[in-house]
Design a protein around this ligand. Structure first.
Ligand code: SAM
Length: 292
């Protein structure tokens, strides 16, 4: 087997060979611990008939582990300076394709059709650039891609919010947005010492497994998310207060909002953070006719 890219010694040698300097603005914190990388990959349950999508391969530390465990890896990298490095470090792995693109601007579905035809399943596995963690996760989920799920490293604080349960301080519109599409869990807390350079914040790995259908069935998804966002606008306010101040013409429609809360069996004095996804679903559907 080839020598691992992610050992501290080899990483240093690669960076020196190419005179590479980290760009903080691109969230470049590379992993230098092969045990952590292997663990991340193990959470994805890949087989030799799986495909893997990586976002931000860096110098190929995780890409290499994915290439060894799956049939095909496609990695999106925004930083042109990394392309010759990746061509070098990943030369032993013909099952890897690097796409030089901002993943947020990429047509991921088209890429999947091109590269993953006939495979059993596809997982997204990544050590995400932290400046765009949430937009990347939301894009992958909202695009309804034919993926089985996502395993990714991100800021622990965001991981806590994504996997939070109702009634906890971290539960909010991000928990709902992600849990609407997936079963979410934090699977590992990761120390800063396994990165170079070390990030300023603590990290964690989450696993999101897509549900066969969304957690609740609602009349209008966009309106459902509008209601959940409105409900958390000011955490210390009651649901009634937030809905009247945040929904369009909410103040004039206060009586209708009270009626909708009653019809869905939810006390107007409750706070958004106490509502389950099912309760938000019921509430959004009861409110719908008053706002359309
Ligand atoms: N996978 C490598 C590792 O674990 O060592 C590097 C991870 S580093 C946290 C994030 C990577 O994402 C960097 O290589 C960075 O250049 C890349 N990146 C940043 N923004 C990106 C974007 N919008 N689209 C694709 N790649 C991006």
């Amino acid at each position: 087997m080839n020598k691992d890219i992610a050992t501290p010694v080899r990483t240093k040698a690669i960076l020196e060979k190419y005179g590479f300097s980290f760009k903080k603005s691109l969230g470049q914190n590379f992993l230098i611990d092969t045990n952590i990388l292997k663990k991340i990959v193990s959470f994805a349950d890949l087989t030799e008939d799986s495909g893997a999508i990586e976002i931000g391969p860096g110098i190929g530390a995780l890409t290499e582990q994915l290439a060894r465990t799956s049939k095909k890896v496609v990695a999106f990298e925004i930083d042109q300076r990394l392309l010759p490095i990746l061509a070098d470090t990943l030369s032993p792995y013909p099952n890897v394709s690097i796409i030089h693109k901002d993943v947020l601007a990429a047509d991921v579905r088209a890429v999947m059709t091109e590269h993953f035809a006939g495979l059993d399943d596809v997982m997204v596995v990544a050590n995400l650039p932290y400046y765009v963690t949430t937009p990347i996760i939301m894009k992958l989920l909202e695009d309804q891609l034919p993926i089985r799920g996502i395993v990714c490293m991100l800021q622990k604080e965001v991981a806590d919010r994504i996997s939070a349960k109702p009634g906890t301080k971290d539960y909010g519109s991000l928990s709902i947005a992600v849990q609407y599409y997936t079963e979410a869990e934090t699977v590992m807390i990761v120390p800063k010492t396994v990165f170079v350079p070390q990030p300023n914040v603590d990290s964690a790995v989450i696993r999101l497994i897509k549900r066969e259908s969304p957690a609740v069935s609602v009349k209008d998804e966009t309106f459902f998310f509008q209601v959940t966002k409105a409900s958390f606008a000011q955490r210390r306010k009651t649901l009634l207060n937030n809905l009247t101040s945040q929904l369009p013409d909410g103040k004039q429609k206060k009586e209708s909002i009270i009626k909708a809360l009653e019809a869905s069996g939810i006390e107007p004095s409750r706070r958004g953070e106490t509502l389950s996804l099912e309760e938000f679903g019921r509430l959004a559907d009861e409110l719908y006719s008053y706002f359309h």
